[in-house]
Design a protein around this ligand. Structure first.
Ligand code: C2E
Ligand code: CA
Ligand code: CA
Length: 570
């Protein structure tokens, strides 16, 4: 120590001034660890006056939030080295916490009974709170206040690392059903209310024992600590589903019943790493979606195989489009009075290089999911209309070509103009083109659907309502749409066998009669037998379609039927 400083410090007033004016809190205790001095900064920091602290042990300020081992470390360091520095969490007089960086130094350490302890306390509360806030933002979802993806993975990884932990446990992957619909139709604010409410419900049902997290978007993950058996998992899920059924959520004063699809994986059965467990629960969740949602599924290996098959199929579909492996087959629609061809329905086929000719049931769903269906639909439309032109040129010139329109294609903003463009390019009469749509195409946006249909109708294009009878709307509701034809679904003819009159017979009768009264022409699909043909004819169906006439065939082969059909004896 240099002489100048020695002089400075030997002046009692200087030392006192230093103690009183520093911004850090300072306290001094005697060898009994009783506070004998606290400076104004310490008084300000803690809210206690020197009088209140006098002769108290500093642990008077402890909050109970500093872990015990830190105190043990503190005293052993002071004993061995004469000082200690570290973080302590104390409590102010008003009850608030103070996070401090504290240095304790023992003075006169050789004479234990005569020693003093000086504590220099720096208030780190603001900094600590800011850190905690940042930590919260990084690990919790602000909307639901649930642990987020990062936090959940941390928890799961720690749990899996725990070498002593060999217990089986379940992971639940929940995905809200039709969340996008609510978000798109009612807006993001409604979506937020729904997610928040859903999070609260999960917390309520799954409770404290289990970890509920919002994994992202409308996906929630639950680590079921309290569920090591399938039975227990099912109990929880059923309890949750029941709660959802009985308690609708109110958004803008309307009730909504929200369902979810759930997938479950078990540790260690379905993986020992967090990513695999999550992925397998996710895959199982997709099985629930595929089976009509509002459902749950345990992961098993065959699901993985299916998912893999779908992945392969998806890639193959893209290639098949590039390599032009798709083709159109045609099925006759026959006028039941004249027995002449009324027209043909165009049906897509995939000429698979290994598996042969595949029908739409094998790939259309996948094409829709992958967004490839629109391209396929326009391909079929162009090909079928060009084919019709060729038939016109060969003299078969009063037939209608009926083309299936997918929901995605119909939703294309340019749909009407693209159809009209294709028809104009070939130069055929638009009246020869019929578009098959189904009733649910207008569900979301009636005005948009009407606008498109009227634009097409004004150009002379026909509109047919496909698969009628298996949906929800009644014919009278459909009258506002410019429909020409109703195609009665083949399901109705299944049970009609000659004399056998069942419920379906009455239904077909009623539908045909009503459709005719409303001015629609009627096509009955799925006519496989002569008896069915006679039946539909009797009911007044103008047109019949089915295996009785032909299975869908390539253009060349179906053409051979045109003349035979003209001579049909029925
Ligand atoms: P859909 O529009 O109802 O077409 C009629 C389906 O019934 C065809 O199946 C046809 O082969 C089948 N069928 C015809 N007559 C009979 C019969 O007498 N008995 C039975 N049991 N079935 C009969 P396909 O070709 O497998 O097509 C299935 C569905 O795929 C179609 O049902 C249609 O919804 C869709 N689809 C076909 N081609 C296309 C397309 O180009 N675009 C779109 N978006 N969908 C298509
Ligand atoms: Ca159809
Ligand atoms: Ca149909």
């Amino acid at each position: 120590m240099n002489q100048e400083f020695k002089n400075f410090i030997s002046d009692y007033d200087n030392v006192i001034q230093m103690f009183y004016q520093t911004n850090d809190g300072l306290i001094v205790t005697n060898s009994n660890r009783e506070i004998i001095f606290a400076n104004p900064a310490f008084e300000k920091m803690t809210g206690y006056t020197m009088e209140e602290l006098h002769l108290r042990n500093p642990n008077y300020l402890s909050s109970g939030n500093t872990e015990k081992h830190i105190y043990e470390e503190m005293w052993s360091n002071i004993k061995d080295h004469g000082s200690w520095s570290g973080e302590l969490v104390n409590r102010k007089k008003n009850g608030e916490l103070i996070y401090s960086y504290t240095t304790i130094t023992q003075i006169n350490e050789n004479k234990e009974h005569d020693s003093f302890y000086i504590g220099a306390v720096r208030d780190m509360t603001d900094q600590r709170e800011a850190e905690q806030k940042l930590d919260y933002l990084a690990h919790y979802d602000l909307l639901t206040n649930l642990p987020n993806r990062t936090k959940f993975k941390e928890i799961l990884t720690t749990k899996l690392k725990d070498a002593e932990h060999h217990n089986r446990f379940a992971l639940l992957f929940l995905d809200l059903d039709r969340f996008k619909l609510i978000n798109d139709t009612l807006g993001h604010h409604a979506g937020d209310i729904l997610l928040k409410d859903f999070g609260n419900r999960l917390r309520y049902i799954f409770g404290e024992k289990n970890i509920v997290s919002r994994f992202g978007g409308d996906e929630f993950l639950i680590l079921l600590e309290d569920g090591s058996t399938e039975k227990k998992v099912i109990q929880y899920i059923e309890q949750f589903f029941r709660y959802q059924r009985e308690n609708p959520i109110f958004i803008e004063k309307r009730e909504y019943y929200i369902t979810a699809s759930v997938g479950i994986s078990f540790y260690p059965d379905h993986g020992i790493h967090s990513d695999i467990l999550i992925q397998n629960a996710d895959t199982a969740m997709y099985s629930s979606k595929d089976e009509g949602k509002n459902n749950f599924h345990f992961f098993h290996d065959s699901i993985k195989e299916n998912a893999f098959k779908q992945l392969v199929l998806g890639n193959h579909l893209r290639l098949a489009l590039e390599k032009c492996q798709f083709d159109v087959h045609y099925q006759l629609m026959v006028n039941t009075n004249t027995m002449k061809p009324y027209g043909l329905e165009a049906l897509i086929r995939w000429n698979h290089p290994v598996k042969g000719v595949l029908g739409p049931n094998e790939f259309l769903h996948e094409a829709e999911e992958l967004g490839l269906i629109v391209e396929m639909d326009y391909f079929v439309m162009k090909k079928a209309i060009e084919q019709l032109k060729q038939w016109n040129e060969k003299g078969y010139n009063d037939m209608v070509i009926s083309i299936n329109v997918s929901k995605k294609q119909f939703d294309d903003a340019e749909f009407a103009s693209r159809v009209i463009h294709i028809i104009n390019n070939t130069g055929i009469n638009p009246h020869q083109v019929s578009l098959e749509i189904t009733e649910n195409y207008a569900l979301n946006d009636v005005d948009d659907a009407l606008e498109k249909l009227i634009a097409l109708k004004n150009k002379g294009v026909r509109i047919a309502l496909d698969d009628f009878g298996i949906g929800y709307s009644s014919l009278s509701q459909l009258i506002q749409f410019p429909i020409d034809t109703v195609k009665i679904d083949k399901a109705f003819l299944k049970n009609i066998e000659g004399e056998e009159l069942g419920k379906d017979v009455a239904l077909v009768k009623a539908i045909v009669q009503m459709a005719k009264q409303l001015g629609f022409s009627v096509i009955c699909e799925g006519v496989e037998k002569e008896s069915q043909l006679l039946f539909v004819k009797e009911q007044g169906s103008d047109i019949a379609q089915g295996y009785f006439f032909n299975k869908p065939l390539p253009a060349r082969e179906v053409e051979q039927l045109f003349d035979i059909c003209n001579e049909c004896p029925v």
